[in-house]
Design a protein around this ligand. Structure first.
Ligand code: MF3
Ligand code: CO
Ligand code: CO
Length: 273
């Protein structure tokens, strides 16, 4: 009897493709790092959009969100109870807001996708909790990535950590394979079971982008058909990196060169919480 194996739909990048993914990731991370200087009360999300749009083009890249399935802007800006896919507008940032800025560059045909949540002015204790849990959730998810591990290991690590801090994990949006295609296989759930799902192999590239809620994990979509908000109106935070599976672990293709003054403000948070 012949054993038959399902051929994986998950693309393995060539060394040449990986180098282009590195370049796309580096450029997206650089644009996102520069957004840090814009974050303050009074700035509109349209101004953030304009900056991201121009900085992307200046790098010889294209802002992948613009016109993607009809998305009208070049970046997603998701404030407070907005989980993801917030559309830039004349909404001004206010003291105490948290805002996720999600940048995706397409460069020489390849995508780099990364986001952070920024603090605007002085955050409430609840805002710091959900943001720091989201930040650490991404780090713990990334730490699972190595050849032979399973996709489900990522969600299992994130879910256990988020729940241990009384937060919930959004189910309706997931991380994704990425390359020439913005959203490809595999789906990377941020809640899951260890030992389940596809096995990770060197050369795979995908995002991890946990959306963490203070209350209910469920979301609803506004009339604009994009903006996802928490059903209970409580805060949500998110961080995202594009990751490469390497022979001995992983590489963060969208790593930043230094801390962000409006995001990396509580490096010792989990020493005390
Ligand atoms: N950057 C988002 C992600 O992480 C996708 C945005 S799609 C858009 O997958 F159309 F809303 F821009
Ligand atoms: Co993504
Ligand atoms: Co993104």
């Amino acid at each position: 009897m012949q054993l038959r194996f399902r051929t994986s739909a998950i693309e393995i990048k060539t060394p040449e493709e990986i180098e282009l993914m590195r370049e796309a990731g580096r450029l997206a991370a650089d644009t996102l790092s520069k957004v840090d200087a814009l974050i303050r009360p009074g700035v509109t999300t349209d101004e953030i959009n304009e900056f991201v749009h121009q900085d992307t083009l200046a790098k010889g890249a294209v802002p992948a969100p613009l016109n993607y399935k009809g998305f009208p802007k070049s970046v997603c800006t998701s404030i407070n109870e907005v989980v993801c896919h917030g559309i830039p507008s004349n909404r001004k940032l206010r003291d105490g807001d948290i805002i996720n800025v999600d940048v995706t560059h397409k460069y020489k045909g390849f995508h780099g996708d990364t986001s952070v949540t920024f603090y605007v002015g002085t955050p409430s204790p609840e805002a710091v909790l959900v943001t720091e849990v989201a930040r650490r959730s991404l780090e713990l998810g990334i730490a699972e990535v190595r050849p032979g591990a399973r996709i489900g290991d990522i969600g299992a690590a994130i879910q256990a950590f988020a729940h241990s801090h009384g937060c919930s994990v959004v189910r309706d949006f997931v991380g994704h394979g990425i390359g020439r295609t913005f959203h490809a296989e595999p789906q990377v759930s941020h809640a899951g079971r260890r030992g389940t799902g596809p096995r990770l192999r060197p050369g795979m590239t995908f995002t991890i982008e946990p959306m963490i809620n203070l209350g209910d994990y469920r979301v609803r979509i506004l009339e604009d058909e994009w903006t996802a908000v928490t059903v209970d109106g409580r805060l949500s935070a998110q961080f995202e990196h594009t990751i490469l599976v390497t022979e001995d672990g992983h590489e963060i293709l969208t790593a930043r060169s230094g801390p962000l003054s409006n995001s990396d403000r509580f490096p010792d948070y989990f020493d005390k919480h």
